[in-house]
Write a protein that binds this ligand. Structure first.
Ligand code: SAH
Length: 294
């Protein structure tokens, strides 16, 4: 029996996680770390197999932790300060599902990542519009549909290792993480790299991402091979370095065009030593600048 005032009742991490539901995005990092550690420990205790969950849960998973699917909506609506949740849901149903995005993992990820936090305050009210938006350093965050299409064409499974070239605002990075992927992301502009790292790690609590400041046309040799590679900027050719860093059964998505800002979205499949390409139509991305780019 517990004391009347419940003071002797063991405090479970589930209870704490429930408390968290009333807090929206922007949790202090150390709080997320603490909650993550507790959650992982609880999962480990409950797990009968020795393959204990080593994965660190994402902020969105934390919001839903331990809740059956039927209650998830109410948890979301408890985030009363997320004033964009309806715009986000509308974006997902009209711009994505309504136009042929069917991968539930992609739809889920894009329904939980707070896109408005990846653009400047002045642009937040337009963050869920059907268009790309400017970010710092003359770069852009892609239109929601383009992000969704690329993520769907990746045909990724949870747990896969993905290399993203062009971290930019970090929006797509967060989407890939919410899809359950192990993300390695490279940005070449120092200011973007630093600001985005701060946003993803400190403000949003995505602290298990691998972010790098370097020339992404060279890939990340030391972490290769990658199951999937996604390039968010367009170059004149497909960089040989990236091809060689694909897993033997890997897939890469990359905009390629001989003229700047005019590209086709190419999907590359690798089967051992053989590479095949598929054209997914015209697209427009900022320049892929680097030793194997422009
Ligand atoms: N996916 C990003 C889109 C960013 S725009 C988002 O969701 O916001 C493309 C980004 O690619 C820019 O930030 C640009 O600086 C970066 N980029 C261009 N060439 C690059 C290279 N060689 N290596 C790494 N990043 C590169």
């Amino acid at each position: 029996m517990y004391d009347k005032d419940n003071s002797a009742r063991p405090k479970t991490s589930a209870k704490k996680i429930e408390g968290l539901c009333y807090e929206p995005w922007g949790l202090p990092t150390e709080r997320v770390v603490r909650l993550n550690a507790k959650y992982a420990q609880k999962e480990a205790e409950n797990s009968s197999c020795r393959e204990i969950i080593r994965h660190i849960i994402t902020p969105a998973e934390l919001l839903h932790a331990g809740k059956p699917h039927s209650q998830r909506k109410s948890i979301h609506s408890a985030c009363h300060t997320d004033i964009y949740k309806y715009s986000r849901a509308k974006m997902v149903s009209e711009q994505l599902a309504g136009r042929g995005i069917t991968d539930p993992n992609v739809l889920h990820a894009m329904s939980v990542v707070p896109r408005h936090l990846f653009v400047s305050e002045a642009l937040q009210s337009t963050a869920y519009d059907d268009r790309p938006l400017p970010i710092a350093c003359g770069q852009t965050i892609s239109q929601p549909y383009t992000v969704a299409l690329m993520c769907q064409l990746l045909m990724a499974e949870r747990g896969m290792k993905v290399l993203e070239i062009g971290t930019g605002s970090g929006y797509q990075t967060a989407v890939l993480r919410e899809m359950g992927l192990k993300v390695f992301s490279v940005e070449r502009i120092k200011e973007l790299y630093a600001n985005t790292k701060n946003l993803l790690n400190k403000k949003l609590g995505y602290f298990d991402l691998n972010l790098f400041l370097s020339d992404g046309t060279l890939g990340l040799e030391q972490f290769a091979p990658f199951d999937r590679i996604i390039v968010a900027a367009g170059g004149p050719n497909i960089p040989e370095a990236l091809k060689s860093q694909m897993d033997e059964e890997g897939i890469m998505l990359i905009p390629v065009g001989r003229e700047k800002m005019v590209q086709n979205l190419i999907r590359v499949f690798r089967h051992g030593t053989k590479y095949t390409e598929e054209n997914h139509g015209p697209t427009t991305f900022v320049d892929l600048v680097g030793s194997q780019g422009w």
